[in-house]
Write a protein that binds this ligand. Structure first.
Ligand code: ADP
Ligand code: MG
Length: 254
């Protein structure tokens, strides 16, 4: 008997129109989607197809022109900015392409940021952040500032920060676009492994077909419309592939 999947996010008839002078740009056109707990989704489409708009709307960073977004039972399209901010802190983790780390803060301090916003006591914050940094292979880089780390290491800090809060949903937007193929694969393994371990929903936004092979479901978007949703049967299992070299913790060369 298969269990009924838990719906984490539901979009109903979502439309987004940007006014541009006398013109209107329809960025999203009647989008209906469901995201389930513990599943990995890939949002795939060419530049201008509406990926960022969709992501921003799901994360409550933008309001739809029409339609509803229900996130863990909350109607987020109705929330005001203040509510949205605390909602994001509680439920969502982001892995950004440019890492978005604070340059003056150490790896440890950067990782504790989401916990500071949630008023977690300092001792607990540091404990959790240290554990996360260890999990991403940076146990020996706690005191390093972003400028004292490689691109791959900075990306690892941003992954630690995205997951430190145990979010329900993690968004990764073209997050490996700046890295070489090998590092990209390591980052994907890391992100996917973490999401799977904690039964979180992961939404990857990409125009890279290669990355879609890691996902449970590929959502194809085109001209603001969901073209098709593909269930990936022969997806690459995390860590199940080719050589995985042992490396000393934190010693990452690229
Ligand atoms: P993608 O992320 O897939 O490249 P976007 O969601 O950024 O696509 O954009 C979808 C469409 O909406 C594009 O035609 C884009 O030009 C337009 N668009 C996005 N943001 C704005 C905006 N703030 N104002 C006007 N048009 C926008
Ligand atoms: Mg985009």
């Amino acid at each position: 008997m298969s269990e009924k999947p838990e719906i984490v996010i539901q979009l109903k008839n979502v439309r987004k129109v940007y006014p541009m002078g006398d013109e209107k740009i329809v960025a999203l056109d009647d989008v209906n989607l469901e995201f389930h707990k513990g599943k990995i989704y890939c949002l795939l489409g060419v530049s201008g197809s509406g990926k960022s708009t969709l992501l921003n709307i799901i994360a409550g960073l933008e309001k739809p022109t029409k339609g509803e977004i229900v996130f863990k039972g909350h109607n987020i399209h109705k929330m005001n900015e203040k509510k949205l901010a605390s909602f994001r802190q509680r439920y969502i983790g982001f892995v950004f392409q440019q890492y978005n780390l604070m340059p003056t803060l150490s790896a440890l301090e950067n990782t504790t940021l989401p916990l500071i916003f949630r008023k977690v006591p300092k001792r607990v914050r540091n404990q959790k952040a240290r554990k996360m940094l260890k999990a991403v292979g940076l146990g020996k880089r706690l005191r390093n500032k972003p400028s004292q780390m490689s691109g791959g290491q900075q990306q690892r800090v941003s992954i630690a920060r995205a997951f430190v809060n145990d979010p329900q949903v993690v968004f990764a937007a073209e997050s490996t676009g700046n890295l070489d193929t090998k590092t990209t694969k390591e980052m994907m393994d890391l992100i996917l492994g973490m999401a799977k371990t904690h039964n979180q929903t992961l939404i990857l936004v990409t125009h890279n077909l290669e990355l879609s092979r890691y996902c449970d479901h590929v959502i194809h978007i085109r001209d603001g419309k969901i073209e098709k949703i593909e269930d990936v049967a022969d997806k690459i299992e995390v860590g199940a592939e080719e050589e995985t070299e042992e490396r000393p913790e934190g010693d990452i060369n690229e």
